[in-house]
Design a protein around this ligand. Structure first.
Ligand code: BDR
Ligand code: CA
Length: 311
């Protein structure tokens, strides 16, 4: 099965991509596309190129939309620093970005695959919305979208709104209305898929990839440490973990609508349980996770990648 990852790296985006890279037999990444979210699209593109160079992996990267469909970008320096990936001091990338815009790249590369693909979405969905609006026939070539975004009850930007949906609610509305099956990892399941900070401590003495993961976590968990939490959430790794080990998760089918208007609820994912024949496609919302095994999966992936550096 072929996969495309749309992201805004982002510390947790990078950890999610590392998790996927450890399991190429299950997640064959055909391309990575970037979008404005945690920082500018230029910054997040440079971040992923730096990481791929550092670990010696060659995957096409295409840069996408610099702004949401009809709003101003709202980067997240408090969580990710101004660069979107503050913390690790990696050399400037040598690899070049693909010459195509992410939307063109996705269209051409998805159609080139023999079988329908899965898209892993870890960021505001601007690229995906424009892809489906511009090239509607590509939807038939996407088997599933596994995304981090939204919530059933909570919020991390507004009381009921999660960042990826809040940032471009118009895009999310298009993607959730695309008819493509969606597996949604919202804030609730991400809260259960915890990573204990003490488990990441030894990584600073680990191999090359573990040390990078440690530096990412060291910066990213500042928010948690300031609050005396002994864990942090690695949001974007959750949809990847669910693809690798679906048995760690419990999900329920919902109809999900996106609130695009309103001061208080912009970007809210309004989830209604499916009763009888759904009038719109069902979304599987992950609700529970085995946090201990999730954390083990993450640490195991880093060991695998450290080992690969020596092979
Ligand atoms: C999401 O917002 C971003 O800051 C993270 O990378 C993640 O995709 C969590 O709400
Ligand atoms: Ca992200």
């Amino acid at each position: 099965m072929s996969f495309f990852i749309d992201c805004d790296p982002g510390h947790d985006d990078v950890l999610a991509i590392l998790l996927a890279l450890a399991h190429p037999e299950q997640i064959n990444i055909k391309g990575i596309t970037t979008v404005a979210g945690n920082s500018t699209v230029q910054n997040v593109t440079e971040n992923i190129l730096k990481v791929l160079d550092y670990i010696g992996v060659s995957i096409p990267v295409a840069m996408g939309c610099a702004r949401p469909i009809r709003r101003e970008p709202e980067p997240q320096p408090a969580a990710h620093g101004v660069s979107g990936m503050d913390g690790p001091d990696l050399p400037a990338p040598k690899s070049r970005v693909d010459a195509r815009h992410a939307v063109t790249f996705l269209f051409e590369e998805i159609l080139r695959q023999d079988e329908p693909v899965t898209i892993i979405s870890l960021a505001p969905m601007t690229n995906l919305a424009i892809l489906f609006e511009t090239y509607p026939k590509v939807r038939n070539r996407v088997e599933r979208i596994c995304l981090m975004g939204g919530s059933l009850h909570g919020g991390n930007i507004l009381p009921r709104s999660e960042f990826n949906i809040y940032h471009d609610p118009e895009a999310a509305k298009i993607v959730f209305g695309s008819g493509i099956p969606i597996t949604m990892s919202g804030l609730e399941v991400c809260a259960e898929a915890k990573t204990m900070l003490k488990d990441f401590e030894p990584l600073k003495h680990g191999g090359r990839v573990s040390r990078l993961a440690y530096e990412l976590m060291d910066y990213y968990s500042g928010y948690a440490r300031d609050r005396d939490w002994d864990y942090t959430n690695v949001f974007d790794a959750v949809p990847v973990a669910q693809i690798l080990s679906p048995e760690l998760f419990v999900g329920t089918k919902y109809r999900v609508a996106i609130e695009t208007e309103g001061e208080l609820c912009r970007g809210m994912t309004v989830a209604l349980p499916c009763a009888g024949e759904p009038t719109e496609p069902c979304v599987t919302v992950l609700e529970h996770a085995d946090g201990v095994r999730f954390s083990a999966l993450m640490l195991d992936a880093l060991r695998i990648l450290d080992q690969k550096q020596h092979d």
